[in-house]
Design a protein around this ligand. Structure first.
Ligand code: PGA
Length: 252
C-alpha cells in the first residue's frame, strides 16, 4: 500500500525555545494517529541535534532541508549526507523551489543531491513544480517531466521506490494561493503516469505529496484526491494546531 505522509518544512524559522514548544505541542497529538501515516519535520541544520533528542520514541521522523552532493572535502558551508546520518535524519528535501530559484540549483545538481542522499540511506523528498509564467505558458507538465527526468536518467526509475516526490507549484508557496484540489490532482496523476511508463509498480507505490499553502482548512479536500498522498507543509508547520489538524486530515 502506498505510504501517506505529512512533512513539515520549517525553512529558516525557529529557535531552541520555540522548537521545543512546538514539538511538545505536536508530539502527543500525533502519537494518537494511525501508524500508516509517516510524519516528519525538516529543520534547519543547527537544530538537528536538539530536535533529534526531542523526537526520540515518537512517531515523527527527522529531516533536513538541503544536503551537499559531495561526500566530504573543501566545501565551505556545506553539510554532507554522513553528517545528517550522524544526527538520525531519515529524510532530506532536495530541489525545493527556493533552492532552485534563490541559489541557482539546476536539475542536474538536484539529481546529484538526490543520488548522494540515497547513497547515505536518506530518503530524498524531491520537490518539483512550475512557476506562474510556466503555468500560464501551458508548459507545466513539460517542466515537471524535465525535473523528474533529470533524476530518473541519472538514478534510474527504481530509485523512486526509496524516495518521496513533492509537487509544489511555485506560485502557491507561501502565497496563500493553493492549487485547487483538481489542479493538484491533475499534476499528481500526470507525474504518476509519466513514471508508470517506465515502471508501473514504482508509480503505483510512489508517495506524491502536495505542497503550497496547505492549511488546516484546505487539507482535507486536497488529501481526498486519489493521487495526493499527503503534504509538504511550510508556514502551517510552524503552528502546532495547524500542523496537528493537517495531520489528522490525512489520517481520516
Ligand atoms: P507553504 O510552503 O506551505 O508555506 O506554502 C510549502 C513549502 O515550501 O514546502
Amino acid at each position: 500500500m502506498r505510504k501517506k505522509m505529512v512533512a513539515g518544512n520549517w525553512k529558516m524559522h525557529g529557535n531552541l525555545a520555540e522548537n521545543e514548544q512546538l514539538l511538545n505541542a505536536i508530539i502527543p497529538s500525533l502519537s494518537e494517529l494511525r501508524a500508516n501515516v509517516q510524519f516528519a519535520v525538516c529543520v534547519p541544520f543547527p537544530y538537528l541535534s536538539s530536535v533529534q533528542n526531542l523526537l526520540q520514541h515518537t512517531n515523527i521522523a527527522l529531516g533536513a532541508q538541503n544536503v551537499s552532493q559531495f561526500d566530504k572535502g573543501a566545501y565551505t558551508g556545506e553539510v554532507s549526507v554522513a553528517m545528517l546520518n550522524d544526527f538520525g535524519c531519515s529524510y532530506v528535501i532536495v530541489g525545493h523551489s527556493e533552492r532552485r530559484m534563490l541559489y541557482g540549483e539546476s536539475n542536474a545538481l538536484v539529481a546529484d543531491k538526490y543520488i548522494a542522499a540515497q547513497h547515505g540511506k536518506l530518503i530524498p523528498i524531491l520537490c518539483v513544480g512550475e512557476t506562474l509564467e510556466q503555468r500560464e505558458a501551458g508548459i507545466t507538465e513539460q517542466v515537471i517531466q524535465e525535473q523528474l527526468r533529470a533524476v530518473t536518467e541519472k538514478a534510474g526509475v527504481d530509485s523512486l521506490s526509496k524516495a518521496v516526490i513533492a509537487y509544489e507549484p511555485v506560485w502557491a508557496i507561501g502565497t496563500g494561493k493553493t492549487a485547487s484540489p483538481q489542479q493538484a490532482q491533475d499534476i499528481h496523476a500526470s507525474i504518476r503516469q509519466g513514471i508508470a511508463i517506465q515502471s508501473a509498480d514504482v508509480a503505483d507505490e510512489l508517495t506524491i505529496l502536495y505542497g503550497g499553502s496547505v492549511k488546516a482548512n484546505n487539507a482535507s479536500e486536497l488529501f481526498a484526491m486519489p493521487d495526493i498522498d499527503g503534504g509538504l507543509i511550510g508556514g502551517a508547520s510552524l503552528i502546532a494546531d495547524e500542523f496537528i489538524a493537517i495531520s489528522r486530515a490525512l489520517n481520516n
